[in-house]
Design a protein around this ligand. Structure first.
Ligand SMILES: C[S@@+](CC[C@H](N)C(=O)[O-])C[C@H]1O[C@@H](n2cnc3c(N)ncnc32)[C@H](O)[C@@H]1O
Length: 751
């Protein structure tokens, strides 16, 4: 394919950006005829990654459509409940499905995935479209994915986070995170029971637009310990903490940009475009990212390096070069006993370096050594690129390759368990000697001078790994480490996100929130963050944990390029005219589980499916619409403002709810309003009542005629708040973006 795939051709920075988890080729529209590529075949036959007797099988598998796979997400008990619904409701209904004379099996569980929480559907699309049981299941998948209970993810892509072995207190970094399927897995591991995790995850991506995909994706699995950043991972900045300490990570995932030939089964265009240059040209970027990760890892910490490429140039060559550059400090972990049902192939310690020079009509040429290659450059048989750079020496197996335990790396081959291809290597940093070991993951920053503009520019020019310009432990990456003690860091004005600051816990608005929800002492009133410079609670309040706060308070947000942090926990809902509303804040659905453990006695109101039905059918049902009973009595007595309602599980009012569910409801003077957006209402209605019972929102022009004190729900996609006119009311205005991404929050049995 000549140049790396993806949006940015240069240096492969975004090579795989659109190609792996987030883009689907239409199998049927593929015009690459025979799905073959002679150079690909020759290259990989020579590498010996597939035993000779299995070659045909390997190649044939690559030409087959990839089965759909997904995993059940969320806290453990919640996930098990959803899993049981699939197992006990859908699978039995999908036995004996026949289409055009062929029988199709129901979805099956991936035997190697922990807790059997991952599934595979083998039926092709036309069967899914044309047979009722599969069609029903598809509807279920779409709805549950939308609300965050399921995540569609390639089976092999689920593997790296499992080997990361994350525990709730860990400080983690996901270096190349977008679109975020692995990020979601790490968040789940940090918050296994939806309880407050003390850990941290920084999810980073160099592509700014894709960081917003990350924010969206993680909105389905909110975490107070999450920060999303926008950096070139090879230059990821050092992060300061209190008392001049520096953050080090317990766990780092380097799921690096790669040529992506392991995704041939879904990205069909690769058949026509594949070339040896793809992997060769990405090798150095991958190595720089990996080495930056190694520098930021805590002694004893674990790092997982992964690609969706079969290519040793992007896999073993990167690992061995990094191990040698950090001689003695890291080792490859033997994880052969972990995930015992996962079939994998050992990494190789001998591979070939190939090129397809113009001078040879793009036919593959093999170079036994770096020196042979340089000779060809001298003769003019090989051209260096326009920056005067040719193939780096680290592409070739090092002399000590056999001593590096490269066989502990894993390569996932498509014909082993009907998957895509992947490469995973688990590395551990040698623990510090007992005398140096400290109890925390914090380290004092190296006393190095701030980088000069010159050194910074030089770094941006992609230094050779191991060269004096590559960031190392002794010379941390720029940014936070560059700030002289005590002086305010200079802002990077090119970074356009809003500032972050913490609200004074004694602020009147905070007090009103605490009063409304009768928050207990456990409520982290000191950790309420807003997106302005002054700690003003204007529109949205986020909640973070302590480590996120420490980072935000010690580093300029533009220097860390922080796109988002924490969980959206309160959104302003007022009209300035309705002064009698004591608390003008509601809990958006993203944050309801975060505030729940802290709300005081008697705050949560219980309701059933009959109430849910009314709230779904109508946008602003008047209180008198509801049947008499404790719900109506309680709500009639309550002040105007936000209520947290627990809808009990059960079967009634023509619907069924498998698990209890917490949702925000706004109580206006005479009416109520379910505070989730239109689309989520429809999905909730479908999954609970089997049909969309939601009436369309009242037309804009009717807002002025509304019977009483409500605002309006906004049409999807609108971003501005519709002002509530004087005397009209206070409620019902939901910023579409604010409520669109949340989960349908389900109670966890194990809380
Ligand atoms: C394979 S994708 C990551 C997939 C992701 N880990 C997941 O599971 O959803 C590679 C990502 O790396 C990003 N990327 C490319 N070059 C990068 C760099 N130098 N630093 C950080 N991210 C980079 C791309 O934008 C892309 O989102």
């Amino acid at each position: 394919m000549g140049k790396p795939r993806g949006k940015k051709p240069a240096r492969g920075g975004a090579a795989r950006t659109q190609n792996r988890d987030d883009r689907q080729s239409d199998w049927n529209s593929f015009v690459g005829a025979d799905k073959s590529n002679p150079a690909f075949e020759e290259y990989y036959k020579a590498q010996g990654i597939v035993p000779e007797g299995e070659w045909t099988n390997f190649l044939e598998s690559l030409k087959q459509e990839l089965p759909v796979t997904f995993r059940v997400t969320g806290s453990r008990a919640h996930a098990e409940t959803i899993n049981d619904i699939i197992k006990n409701t859908y699978v039995p209904n999908m036995q004996n499905v026949e289409f055009e004379g062929r029988k199709y099996e129901p979805p099956s569980q991936l035997s190697w995935y922990p807790g059997q929480l991952a599934w595979q559907v083998d039926a092709p699309k036309r069967v899914v479209r044309k047979t009722e049981p599969f069609k029903n299941f598809q509807r279920f998948l779409v709805g549950e994915t939308e609300v965050g209970n399921l995540s569609r993810q390639e089976a092999v892509s689920m593997i790296p986070p499992l080997f990361l072995d994350v525990e709730p207190h860990h400080v983690c970094l996901d270096m190349c995170a977008a679109p975020g399927s692995k990020t979601a897995q790490i968040i789940e591991a940090l918050n296994p029971h939806h309880t407050a995790s003390t850990g941290l995850l920084i999810a980073n991506d160099s592509d700014y637009k894709r960081t917003h995909m990350l924010v969206h994706q993680t909105g389905r699995m909110p975490s107070r310990g999450l920060i999303v950043t926008n950096f070139d991972a090879s230059m990821f900045p050092s992060i300061k903490l209190n008392e001049g300490k520096q953050l080090q990570f317990d766990r780092i995932l380097a799921d690096v940009p790669c040529s992506g030939d392991g995704t041939l089964r879904k990205n069909l265009e690769i058949w026509g475009k594949w070339g040896a240059a793809d992997g060769n040209s990405l090798h150095l970027l991958q190595l720089r990212i990996l080495e930056r990760a190694m520098n930021m890892l805590k002694p004893g910490g674990r790092l997982v390096y992964s690609t969706c490429s079969f290519n040793p140039a992007e896999d073993e060559a990167v690992i061995s070069a990094a191990l040698n550059n950090k001689a003695g400090k890291f080792h490859i972990v033997d994880v052969s006993s972990q995930l015992p049902h996962l079939k994998r192939r050992p990494g190789i310690s001998s591979w070939k370096v190939g090129s397809q020079p113009q001078s040879n009509g793009k036919q593959l040429v093999w170079y036994d050594s770096f020196e042979d290659y340089r000779e060809a450059v001298k003769k003019g048989d090989e051209k260096e690129n326009d920056r005067g750079k040719g193939l780096p020496k680290t592409l070739w197996p090092p002399a000590n390759a056999a001593e590096l335990n490269l066989d502990r790396c894993m390569r996932l081959l498509p014909h082993d368990q009907n998957t895509g291809g992947f490469f995973v290597c688990v590395l551990e940093k040698k623990a510090a000697p007992a005398s140096e070991a400290t109890s925390s993951s914090l380290k004092r920053p190296a006393a190095s001078p701030p980088p000069t503009t010159e050194t910074k520019r030089a770094r941006e020019k992609s230094p050779e790994p191991g060269s004096s310009l590559a960031p190392t432990e002794a010379t941390p990456a720029p940014a936070a480490a560059a700030k002289p003690e005590g002086k305010k860091e200079k802002r990077d004005l090119t970074f356009r996100e809003d500032p972050l600051s913490y609200v004074d816990p004694e602020h009147a608005e905070v007090k009103s929130i605490i009063e409304r929800f009768k928050f207990k002492d456990t409520f982290p009133r000191n950790n309420l963050m807003v997106r302005n410079d002054y700690g003003d609670p204007l529109r949205t309040i986020y909640m973070t944990n302590d480590i996120v706060k420490e980072i935000i308070q010690n580093n300029d947000y533009t220097r860390l390029r922080i796109v988002s942090a924490g969980v959206k926990c309160f959104a302003r809902q007022d009209s300035s005219q309705r002064t009698e509303i004591r608390c003008k804040w509601r809990t958006p659905i993203d944050g309801i589980l975060e505030v729940l453990p802290h709300v005081g006695e008697g705050v949560v109101i219980s309701a059933g499916l009959a109430e849910l039905r009314v709230l779904l059918e109508d946008h602003y049902p008047p209180l008198e619409t509801f049947a008499d009973g404790p719900w109506k009595t309680t709500l009639t007595e309550r002040d105007m403002g936000c209520e947290v309602v627990r809808f009990e599980a059960g079967k009634m009012a023509g619907g069924e709810l498998a698990l209890p569910m917490y949702l925000p409801v706004w109580k206006a003077k005479m009416s109520l309003s379910l505070m989730i957006d239109k689309r989520e209402k429809s999905i909730l209605s479908l999954r609970t009542f089997g049909e969309d019972i939601c009436k369309p929102p009242p037309p804009q022009k009717d807002i002025n005629k509304k019977p009483e004190d409500v605002g309006t729900l906004k049409a999807e996609g609108e971003v501005e708040e519709v002002p509530v006119k004087e005397g009209e009311g206070d409620a019902g205005i939901a910023l579409a973006g604010e409520v669109a991404q949340g989960d349908i929050v389900v109670d966890a049995k194990d809380e």
